[in-house]
Design a binder for this molecule. Sequence first.
Ligand code: SF4
Length: 433
Amino acid sequence: MIKPWEIFDSRIRSAMIAKRNLPFSKITNEKKTDLLNNLFQHETTNAARLIYIHIPFCNNVCPFCIYHKQKIGDKKIIAAYCSVVIKQIQALADTAWVNSAPFKAVYFGGGTPTSIPVEYLEAILNELKKSYRLTNDCEITVESTITDIKPAMVSRLKNAGVNRISLGVQSFNTAVRASLGRTATRQEISKTMAVIREEGISNICIDLMYNLKYQDFGIWQNDLSFLKTGPITGCSVYPLISASNRANPDKIEEKNAIETEYIYFIEADNCLVENSGWERFTSVQYGHREKGKAVYVTAQGQNADLLAFGSGAGGRIRNISYIQTGNIEEFNNNPGNFMSDSIMFLTIHDSFLKLRNIFGLSESLYLNKIDYNPIKKYFDDILFDLINKGLVVSNTDSFNLTQTGRFWAANISALFAEKIRDLIPQIADGNNA
Ligand code: SF4
């Protein structure tokens, strides 16, 4: 019988990589005006709306990191950057689309948002609160490192409306952390959590990673146990991404085979949901069901529209996606409107709106059978195969990923993406009855 870690030849470790096969086409500059009018001058029917702000600066650049960022430097660059982000927010503020429904989550990611002076984060948030409708219980998350956290800064973030902090911990083990270029010890991590709590932010999510140098199974179990003893309310669990996707592949060696990854993943998946009151929100995100909500992350797997501001930030509204330039200098020269050449718009056939629900299977853990019915014939073969392999189970109203299915979630996304790529021409021809 095939072993659960041998179901696919190799493991895709990031949803971003899995989605590369989706058949988007670029929208030409000539068509941008019509597109933007079409997109923003109409009210939305999608109540799930999110905002992402990318802050691409870090005090130190970690060797394993695949995100868009640079080491913090000239203060003028940061000031110019935040000013363009605010201009972009203002540019959409009076549109019918923005005003038609409140936003339920705002996420400051990076990079490390707390590496820049806190007044910039306050200014961006104040602009959002002034010009956009946020829900009364809007989740506002700021990512940070342990060493950036200071009481005065957390207090100011809290006063500005931040109610969730996401910390890049990776491991509680001091030696493992040191191998990642992280200097804070386990004791310092505990003190940081206490500071955040004392300043009034109680939703604290951390990232943990497996497949790390110096990390053995005992250290992993110890990390998972330690997590349960502190004030942590949520946790994302990731493997180290393979060398070919890292900016600096020589610094960290990938040592574990897929079998070992599987064992680490299963240990975390079992351990985290055994934590009192915790549940699984997505295939990588866990948290306390009341105190550790992760609205931004969960809604992304459920077809939410996403407005994204900042260099390298990617947004999505209906069947339109856009990506902003990763070049910070170019971004800073952007006059702040969405007509700028530094923003690329992409589109996919309308039918993808239906297909996106299926694609969400791997992130949101389930596929609603009602959404699936109109396009059932195209995907039955994939689902049949996934069920046969023990990756998906068929329940009354939905298909759900099994535990092994969650381990292979990004591979399953990639299967759907490839199928969608092959199907779009047929669907575009009107053959989707
Ligand atoms: S892991 Fe976090 S702190 Fe390190 S370089 Fe990446 S974004 Fe910056």
